[in-house]
Design a protein around this ligand. Structure first.
Ligand code: SF4
Length: 399
């Protein structure tokens, strides 16, 4: 059967463990950060040795690795940059994601690595895309302010690959060009220190009448969810769809990577996802911690309806229980991340795309003593489950 073209699925990988999860759950490419030069200083990030292991792991499973170099650099930052770039070239990363023209020149001088323009550069039009292509950029990561239709136009007129966000947290500023955290938290958003200050509650009051104070989450955006528009991404030939979230959990990476991998696999053989598939996959998206969803600017510019002003927290219906270290006909061995009980119901997010329900009928600690409840950081033996495999993620409903 001839398969239809679908976009590349690009998943976040905040550390080596998440990289392996993203690869195992169906990512075609992952983006990662080194210890420096990226925008997520709170993510674990990779040492060069871990990057090397990650690249080898991904490449042997036909997955690409892109490295972010999109922090806003000052002159002193360039002292270690050449070495870093040379090493990335040596370990054969597939591309670097860059926002600064000076860094682009250094990548070209010290390596032959492909260059993707970071969303930080706010490329929003075809003319800009043409300019960046002339500078040697092979792909632009478009700002979240761009619609799918605009992205298609930029791709065609700019004659360049385009990458567009499909899921995750939103920036209320032009993709990262924001210094609220610098002033409110003393943390530089554009050098990896964003404290998500836009999501805080703020008060404003007219000077003439301070009693008319309004307190609200004025700048707090809902989360992007473009799953229902996936056919449009494909039909408009968006080269790569990107899931946000290098700082998000293992469960988050596994769930969303699997959701979009399954959706894309379906679209390789069918024109449409179909209502049942779409509803099932959307309900999977509800199982991770998230704010209310929006399609933001994917169809028309985001407006007041994209603001999340109901509450400060995230909704989370499931939590990570752990991951399977061994599965055979006698037991499942689970590395426990959060407690669960005998008699409880777990869900195994299997790498074959099936979500399996599992009742905990027997539970033993590492010394094979019967226990009622597991402890985080321990190993636990459970009754076996057909189809469950090593490295599958285990989750349970939050009560
Ligand atoms: S504070 Fe908000 S708007 Fe500013 S960079 Fe961070 S996420 Fe973006």
């Amino acid at each position: 059967m001839t398969k239809l073209w679908v976009p590349e699925l690009l998943s976040p990988a905040g550390n080596l463990e998440k990289l392996k999860i993203a690869v195992n759950y169906g990512a075609n490419a992952v983006y990662v950060g080194g210890q420096k030069f990226g925008l997520r200083s709170a993510a674990d990030n990779f040492t060069m040795k871990e990057l090397e292991e990650g690249v080898e792991y991904a490449h042997t499973r036909e997955c690409k690795v892109f490295v972010v170099l999109n922090s806003f650099l000052h002159d002193e930052d360039f002292l270690e940059l050449a070495d870093f770039i040379t090493n990335l070239d040596r370990i054969k990363v597939d591309a670097v994601i860059v926002s600064d023209i000076g860094v682009i020149q250094w990548v070209q001088e010290y390596s032959s690595i492909e260059i993707h323009l970071s969303t930080q550069a706010s490329c929003l039009n075809a003319q800009s895309a043409k300019f960046w292509k002339e500078q040697g950029v092979s792909r632009v990561v478009l700002g979240r302010e761009v619609s799918i239709a605009d992205a298609a136009k930029i791709r065609q007129e700019g004659n360049i690959e385009v990458e567009l966000f499909v899921h995750g947290s939103m920036c209320i500023a032009y993709s990262g060009n924001c210094i609220i955290s610098n002033f409110t938290q003393g943390r530089d958003s554009n050098r990896g220190g964003c404290a998500h200050s836009c999501r805080f509650e703020y008060s404003i009051a007219p000077k003439a009448d301070p009693n008319k104070r309004i307190t609200n989450f004025f700048m707090s955006s809902k989360d992007l969810n473009g799953l229902s528009l996936l056919e449009s991404y494909r039909d408009n030939h968006i080269d790569s769809i990107k899931i946000e979230g290098r700082m998000k959990s293992n469960l988050h990476v596994a769930t969303l990577t699997q959701v979009y991998a399954k959706a894309l696999a379906h679209l390789q053989i069918e024109q449409s996802l179909g209502e049942t598939n779409r509803d099932n996959l959307l309900s999977e998206c509800e199982k991770i911690g998230h704010r209310a969803y929006t399609t933001a600017s994917l169809i028309s510019p985001a407006d007041a309806s994209s603001i999340y002003d109901e509450r400060d927290g995230e909704e989370q219906s499931f939590q990570l229980v752990g991951n399977i270290l061994e599965s055979n006909e006698n037991f499942l061995l689970v590395e426990v991340k959060s407690p669960f009980y005998i008699g409880g119901e777990l869900e195994i997010l299997s790498q074959d795309g099936i979500v399996r329900t599992h009742m905990v009928r027997s539970l033993q600690n590492f010394y094979q003593e019967n226990i009622e409840k597991t402890r985080p950081g321990s190993l636990a033996f459970l009754n076996p489950l057909e189809g469950a495999c090593k490295a599958d993620i285990v989750r349970q409903r939050v009560l």
